[in-house]
Structures are given as C-alpha cells and as structure tokens.
Design a protein around this ligand. Structure first.
Ligand code: EPZ
Length: 429
C-alpha cells in the first residue's frame, strides 16, 4: 500500500489548478442512466471513486468512453467522459459494488424512473457515521414507488411510472435531493422538492438535467419545482470546480505560510470557509482566474466554526480547519452538526502533538502547539487530508499510511503541493 512522506516546514508558493468536483461528477455520471443518448462530461477528476463508478455503471450496461489524450496534454484539466446508457441490461446494484462507495446507491433513482424497477444494496455503515437512506426512500415513495427491503437490498418498483408529488425533507440532504431530482424529472406531472439542499453540486446536477431536457425551476434555492417529461436526451456538461479541494489547499497555504493561487475556482463556491480563513489571519483575494491566499509572517488566530449545509461552513472542510487551528494562537471550538462521528482525525492529529478535547459534537482545540512529525494513518477521505495539512507545519518527517483514502478524492495531491515547494513524496508499495 502506498504511503506519503512529508517533511514539514516549507512555505508554499505558486499556483494549484483545482480539479472538477468529485461530489458533482458522481451524480452527473449517474444521471447518464436517465437517457439512451450520450452524456458527455468534461473536467471529470481522475479519482478512484470515479473509476469505481465507471465500473458500477458498466454493470448496468452503460458504455463508458474516455476521450483520448491529445499531444502535449499535461494530464491536468480532467477527463472527458462519454456515457451512453442506450440499453440498461441490469437494474440490480450488488452489495460488492455499492458497499465500496455510498454515492452509488443513488443509481436507484434513475433506474427506477426509466425502467420502473431497481434493486440496490443498502450501502452499510461508514467511518463518519451511520448515514441512513430513509429520506432517499421517502422521496421515492412520495413519487409513488413501492419500496421493500429484504436481505440487505432495497427493491423499488413503479410498474406504471412515477407520479409527480410534493417532497418535503425534514432535514437538508444532498443525496436525498439528488435522488428526488433524478426521479422527478421523468415522473408524470409536477413535483415540488422542499428544503432541498443548495450545495453547488446539486445545482450542477440540476443544470445538467436541464440541458438534457428536464424542466426544473428554482435551481439554487431550497424549493425546486420539477415538471416531469417523457424522456431526456444527451448533453455536454462541464463539471464544476471542487470547492472542497480548493478549501483544503487554501487552509494548507495558511498553515504552511506563503502565497498560493488556486486556479479555476470562484470564491462564491466556498465563501463561508474563506471568511473563516480571513478571520484566522490569512489574506484572501479573488484574482482573474482564481483565489489567492497569503500568509506572510503573521500568526494564525483561533476561530470557532460550526458545520452547516450550504452556504454554511462545509462538513467536508471541518477536519482540515481543525488541523489549521492546532497552530492558532488560542483555543477554538469546532462543532460538527452534519455527521455524528466525524472526528476520527482527532486521534491522529494528537499523534502529531495536537491538543484536542471532544465534548459531544464539539472539538475544543488548544492551539499554538508545536507539531512534530510521526507515523499516522488515514481514516477517511477528508480526515486523511487534514493530516497532510498538519504535517506541512510539523517539525520533521510524517509518514501517512492508507493513502487510498486520499486517492478517492484528491487528484495529484502530492504533485500539486510539491510544485508549490512542499517536501512531499509518495512511496509506492
Ligand atoms: C454528501 O453526502 C457528500 N457526498 C458528502 O461528502 C458530504 O459530507 C455530505 O453530502 C454533506 O455535505 C457526496 O456528494 C458523494 P447528506 P450525503 O445526505 O449525500 C442524514 C466526502 O467526503 N441523512 O447531505 O450522503 C445524514 O446521516 C463526502 O466527499 C439521513 O438522516 O450526505 C447526515 O447526517 C463525505 N437520512 C445528513 O442527513 C437520509 O436518508 C446529511 O447527509 C440521508 C441523509
């Protein structure tokens, strides 16, 4: 298994191209199941989660083609992926595949909407909490699906098609909103989705569905009105930039000090995180092609955060902000409201010398600690990158194992940081 070695202390200077968003690419790829025509996605990140989803979609009969590389292509800028579900050969998504990636459960919506039936394994637990799918199933039931759960599989049936309905989510759910949207676009009649997630990745999916012929009003708001259509067509769509990757490198730059431009991303995608970063003492500015982060000489100040649905501070940046706060001049309070068990990184950060106390859904971080390199272990995707951030400012060498977690969501992490001056290398094997 690969490991990543980091020797801390180097400032970061330069620019980092931000990849397409994993959490947009996954539902967009799944949306290809809604049409027999080709959906062409540009700027698809090269990630193991994307590769896994290609396999899962292939199992349903989707023809997945990656456009050839052109001469001189640096490999940056993502892949162009063409997905064609001309014929769906299997409406079952088996446990072996779904258990490896939760988002693959979302295939249930387009399969049901187009084929009138889907049998999808329950995704099971995961490192950051129980993560149930009750609200996703509630949405499908509201649209007229009959749902049974047997032997670990959800069987959804709508032999006469789905019917438009009102779906009111009792709490904001990204996956629930993706599911409701992908089912409602092919339902007969109008659906209204209330308390919909407003995450940019939901908006990206909705915009792509509109290009495919869907009728959706209220995109970007918490009430989405969907007028069902009989069929959808192919489209060409560019995956939006990854706000979590951008926020991660922004915090890394603040941690290590220096001057870094994040190319291709706009501040509106992560304003709440950038505001907190400014309060912590980094200079944040928008440039023509991205966001510039500087911290020259000034210390890091302690700032409290609470994770919230968009446009609040994202849970997917909580671990990275905690790493930054270990070096702040004071105590900060980090409250996690989205997932009940998303503090797996605390123990590993402690191995580097961080002082963090847990009190229910709050982590209390005593800053100004001198971090010292140590062997640590990645536990989930965002937790593992928080260890990278901490290691950049730790004295000496940190060796991170189980980096397959990082490869699920960060394209070319070590190359991107190394080109800004970080001492980081991947040790294969
Ligand atoms: C998406 O997960 C993201 N995953 C997560 O990113 C992200 O942390 C999360 O949204 C919140 O922003 C992808 O986009 C692939 P939710 P999702 O449904 O859709 C509860 C990463 O690191 N809930 O918005 O699964 C749930 O338990 C990942 O890239 C129910 O109770 O999240 C949670 O407490 C990690 N019942 C809350 O809602 C349900 O049926 C929000 O979850 C569904 C969710």
């Amino acid at each position: 298994m690969d490991r990543i070695k980091i020797v801390g202390g180097a400032e970061l200077k330069g620019s980092i191209p931000i990849a397409g968003a994993k959490n947009a690419a996954l539902p967009l790829m799944i949306a290809s199941l809604l049409t027999p025509d080709t959906l062409e996605l540009e700027n698809v990140p090269r990630l193991s989660d994307v590769r896994m989803l290609k396999r899962i979609l292939g199992n349903h009969g989707v023809d997945v083609m990656v456009a050839g590389k052109r001469a001189g292509d640096s490999g940056e800028g993502g892949e162009v992926v063409r997905l064609c579900a001309a014929k769906i050969v299997d409406t079952t998504a088996p446990y072996e595949l779904v258990s490896q990636m939760r988002a693959s459960f979302w295939v249930i919506a387009p399969l049901l909407a187009r084929m009138g039936e889907a049998k999808v394994s329950l995704p099971g637990g995961c490192a950051i909490g129980t993560r149930p799918v009750d609200l996703l199933l509630m949405a499908l039931e509201r649209l007229g699906a009959e749902i049974t759960i047997e032997a670990g599989y959800v069987h959804a049936r709508a032999p006469n098609g789905l019917k438009g309905a009102e779906i009111a989510f009792p709490k904001v759910t990204v996956g629930g909103t993706h599911t409701a949207l992908m089912a409602a676009v092919l339902a007969q009649g109008t659906s209204v989705i209330r308390n919909a997630a407003r995450e940019p990745e939901v908006t990206d999916l909705a915009n792509c569905l509109v290009k495919m012929g869907a009728r959706i009003k209220g995109i970007g708001s918490s009430t989405l009105e969907v007028e069902g259509v009989a069929a959808l067509r192919g489209a060409v769509h560019r995956v939006l930039p990854d706000r979590i990757e951008a926020g991660t490198y922004a915090f890394a730059a603040a941690m290590a000090g220096g001057d870094v431009t994040l190319e291709g991303v706009t501040p509106d995608l992560l304003q709440a995180a950038l505001d907190k970063l400014s309060q912590a003492g980094a200079e944040v500015s928008a440039t023509n092609n991205g966001i510039r982060i500087r911290r020259n000489g000034r210390g890091i100040m302690a700032v409290d955060i609470t994770t919230e649905a968009f446009p609040g501070f994202p849970t997917d940046l909580q671990a990275q902000f905690m790493a930054l706060m270990t070096r702040a001049g004071g105590t900060s309070h980090i409250t996690e409201t989205i997932f009940e068990n998303r503090f797996m990184h605390v123990q590993e950060l402690a191995r580097l010398g961080a002082k963090i106390r847990l009190d229910g859904d709050m982590a209390i971080v005593e800053g100004a600690q001198t971090l010292k390199g140590a062997p640590v272990m990645a536990t989930d995707l965002r937790a593992s990158v928080s260890l990278v951030i901490a290691a950049l400012a730790a004295e000496g060498e940190t060796m991170i194992s189980r980096v397959y977690h990082l490869d699920r969501g960060f394209e070319g992490l070590e190359a991107k940081l190394a080109r800004c001056g970080a001492q980081i290398e991947r040790i294969r094997g």
